[in-house]
Design a protein around this ligand. Structure first.
Ligand SMILES: Cc1cc2nc3c(=O)[nH]c(=O)nc-3n(C[C@H](O)[C@H](O)[C@H](O)COP(=O)(O)OP(=O)(O)OC[C@H]3O[C@@H](n4cnc5c(N)ncnc54)[C@H](O)[C@@H]3O)c2cc1C
Length: 450
């Protein structure tokens, strides 16, 4: 039974007979998927067929072709898994605000479910779909362990205000997720799933393979990465996660971003692991508190990727330092090509472009340097968001917008001693990095661009 706290009614309509559909977007998996479980629950109660829809938006936010390949590779696995459970995955391409209502109308669908997503384009698509389909549209939050709208009704100031709420609510939501059964009521057009699978495979064949450094895409690969992390990484996560030379992090973010694995599943397995509490707590702080705080930020702050989205104190201090002389100014092509005077920054940028994933600690350093080297905070923000969305496999995610807003605009952070350019926004430099880890070894480990 899906908890009512995960549900929001986005659109109403008269009750009528007909198939049930789930518009999958952010949670691209079969297992541990609350939206799919809710859609099947309703389809079974109504003795109705069930289909899953996916609408691909070409060139979404300038994402790299490798990111599309990672997503499509995972979707093919999802489509096959759905087919085994007699549920077709229908693959559409174009503007969801047009394609979803068209398909829903043609298929005489009676109820549509969708994923929760706090980003503005997604909210706009959902609003447009809700206004056109004339049937109920139900949003289910299966991306967050504690449903985002329920966790807090307002923008949280910082992790310390959000953490106690999450700690209180987590035991209630950290539990098993209903599984999706073989569906007994057949979709009217039995070939629809097969046709979509063919188009998916053809689309994938046109794209470059995703970066091998990460491993293959998909739910199976995500599960095996989690299993490896539980065996080899979790116990020392709290000591090793900030060292760019080690493999201290889980590497799960691209799988979490595309919903190829459920954060609730990861949190559940981690909470039951036989390792010291400090390691588990350090990991759950990132996976649950920080990740869900990022969804909270984007849901309640529509300017999540703009200067206006920064807190008052940070805007004021950055305004006060607009006129400060920048030690170096680089243009976007120089940044993109990793041609700055800072070897660590260049290596971090190359790591992102070549491997699709920059190490976590470096992401903070990378973004802060862009602020230092850009003519204005607005331009720095636009550059950081653009590069992050384009090259990170896990980009285009609330975590990215919150992480960049933290680095450049003090979101979820506090004021620090004042200094040029940054004002009271926390500063980081190369000397500090050298005290933390072997910077030269890291730089040597990332090959130059060809
Ligand atoms: C400037 C900047 C940009 C970032 N861009 C992105 C992005 O585009 N996409 C993205 O998913 N994360 C982003 N992060 C957050 C974080 O750096 C990555 O989630 C993490 O490094 C991914 O590696 P991992 O899965 O091995 O993480 P682990 O350390 O193994 O953590 C497990 C999971 O916890 C979550 N998590 C970890 N750190 C954070 C954090 N600081 N904030 C929110 N959630 C966190 C992620 O979902 C991550 O997969 C960004 C951070 C900064 C400072």
């Amino acid at each position: 039974m899906v908890e009512s706290e995960r549900l929001k009614v986005l659109g109403k309509g008269p009750r009528r007979e007909g198939p049930v559909a789930y518009w999958m977007s952010r949670d691209q998996r079969v297992d541990d998927n609350w939206s799919l479980a809710a859609a099947q629950e309703m389809a079974l109660a109504r003795k109705a067929p069930l289909a899953v829809l996916f609408c691909l938006v070409p060139a979404y936010k300038g994402a790299s072709r490798e990111s599309f390949a990672f997503m499509l590779g995972g979707l093919i696995e999802t489509a096959r898994e759905l087919a085994r459970r007699k549920i077709p995955l229908v693959f559409l391409r174009g503007d969801p605000a047009v394609e979803i209502p068209r398909w829903v109308g043609e298929g005489a669908v009676s109820v549509l479910f969708c994923d929760f997503d706090p980003l503005r384009e997604k909210k706009r698509w959902q609003e447009a779909v809700a206004s056109k389909i004339g049937i109920p549209l139900f949003e289910i939050d299966g991306h967050n362990v504690v449903p985002c709208r329920f966790a807090s009704p307002k923008q949280e100031y910082a992790a310390y205000t959000f953490r106690p709420k999450m700690k209180r609510l987590l035991p209630r939501f950290l539990k098993e997720i209903p599984s999706v059964e073989r569906h007994p009521f057949r979709w009217p057009d039995e070939k629809e799933g097969e046709r979509s699978l063919k188009v998916l495979a053809e689309s994938l064949a046109l794209l470059p393979a995703p970066q091998a450094a990460l491993g293959p895409p998909g739910a199976l690969a995500a599960r095996s990465r989690l299993a490896r992390f539980l065996d080899e990484g979790l116990a020392r996560y709290d000591e090793r996660r900030n060292d760019p030379n080690g493999e201290g992090q889980s590497g799960l973010s691209p799988y979490l971003h595309f919903g190829q694995i459920s954060a609730q599943r990861v949190a559940f397995e981690v909470s039951r692991a036989d390792v010291a509490d400090e390691a588990k707590e350090a990991f759950l702080e990132e996976l649950v508190v920080r990740r869900e705080l990022a969804d909270n930020f984007c849901l309640h702050n529509d300017a999540y990727d703009r200067f206006e989205g920064f807190p008052d104190w940070a805007r004021k201090t950055l305004d006060d330092h607009r006129g400060d002389e920048r030690p170096f100014l680089y243009d976007l092509p120089a940044l993109e090509a990793a041609r700055t005077g800072d070897p660590l920054w260049n290596a971090a940028q190359r790591q992102m472009v070549l491997r699709g994933r920059m190490q976590g600690w470096l992401r903070m350093y990378w973004a802060k340097k862009i602020l230092e080297w850009s003519p204005s905070p607005e331009e720095a923000l636009e550059r950081a968001v653009g590069l992050n969305d384009r090259y990170e496999l896990d980009g285009r995610d609330p975590n990215g917008y919150a992480g960049i807003a933290w680095s450049l605009g003090g979101v979820h952070d506090r004021a620090w001693p004042e200094r040029p350019v940054f004002g009271k926004v926390r500063y980081m430099n190369l000397a500090g990095a050298r005290r933390k880890f072997d910077v030269d070894a890291f730089c040597r480990s990332i090959p130059p661009f060809e």
